[in-house]
Design a protein around this ligand. Structure first.
Ligand SMILES: [Zn+2]
Length: 114
């Protein structure tokens, strides 16, 4: 059980849920994405109109969101959505250093639900 003060969420303010890992986070920690003509695009300035979804700027969360088909659900659309733009955005902006990130994953191994 996670210990939590009842009033915490009120102090934190708006909290979004990452559609990849389903963890709640502040909007500043997440990437907003919107759909433009059937393509999911990163809305880095958070100014694009329409329904948005929130995702950690992490290839892992993008992958998880794809696997569970979270994008069509989040955007309430039927068909498959092209996430190539978001993937490209993440690959450009996220530095993948196999060594350092692996150490961090080891440390968190015991909370990994899978
Ligand atoms: Zn996430």
């Amino acid at each position: 059980m996670v210990q939590r003060r009842g009033s915490d969420s009120a102090h934190i303010g708006p909290v979004r849920t990452c559609i990849g890992c389903r963890a709640r986070a502040l909007p500043s920690e997440l990437l907003r994405v919107v759909v433009v003509a059937g393509t999911v695009v990163p809305d880095t300035r958070r100014r694009l109109p329409g329904r948005g979804a929130w995702l950690h700027p992490s290839p892992d969360c993008l992958h998880a969101a794809e696997k569970r088909r979270a994008f069509p659900r989040a955007f309430r659309v039927q068909g498959p959505l092209d996430v190539g733009d978001v993937r490209g955005h993440l690959e450009r902006h996220v530095k993948t250093e196999p060594g350092s990130s692996r150490i961090r994953q080891e440390a968190r191994k015991q909370v990994d639900p899978s």
